[in-house]
Design a protein around this ligand. Structure first.
Ligand SMILES: [Zn+2]
Length: 148
């Protein structure tokens, strides 16, 4: 189970295990209010050369493990949602990639999005890839996820 909270990545990078995490009020699985710390999970983010430690909680009542992820990032993605969207926008409008991020990664995002639009919004979708990105996002999906 993943919960998205505002996380100051720069502070987290500096403070590591001493970062003041905001504890969820209750377990998202069973609503229990007894959540225990359950260590940390490493995660890579753009702009940081070492993995950051994301806090884990465990609910003693139902056994659910909760991972805290920073708002503004998709699960399993290192780049900000806004950065991914900018890349898609630039590619679709002027057929170029954003500077500073590998073309391979940007190509993966773009192709995954097109595949997903086809799968979920079908061939009848004519509003373009950027609108498709926003629409899938509204549906609660990760628009550039490769698993369909
Ligand atoms: Zn629980």
């Amino acid at each position: 189970m993943v919960m998205f909270f505002v996380v100051k990545l720069k502070d987290l990078f500096e403070k590591q295990r001493d970062y003041p995490w905001q504890k969820p009020d209750n377990c998202p699985c069973c609503n229990s209010q007894r959540l225990w710390g359950h260590g940390f999970a490493e995660a890579i983010f753009d702009g940081y050369d070492k993995p950051l430690l994301l806090k884990l909680y465990r609910c003693p009542d139902c056994g659910c493990v909760i991972r805290i992820r920073p708002k503004g990032y998709f699960k399993r993605f290192q780049a900000r949602v806004e950065t991914i969207r900018s890349s898609i926008t630039l590619k679709s409008k002027s057929n170029r990639w954003l500077p500073g991020i590998s073309r391979t990664r940007q190509g993966h995002w773009f192709r995954a999005l097109k595949k997903r639009i086809k799968a979920y919004l079908t061939e009848t979708w004519v509003k373009g890839v950027v609108a498709g990105f926003d629409y899938l996002l509204q549906l609660g999906q990760v628009p550039v996820s490769r698993s369909i």
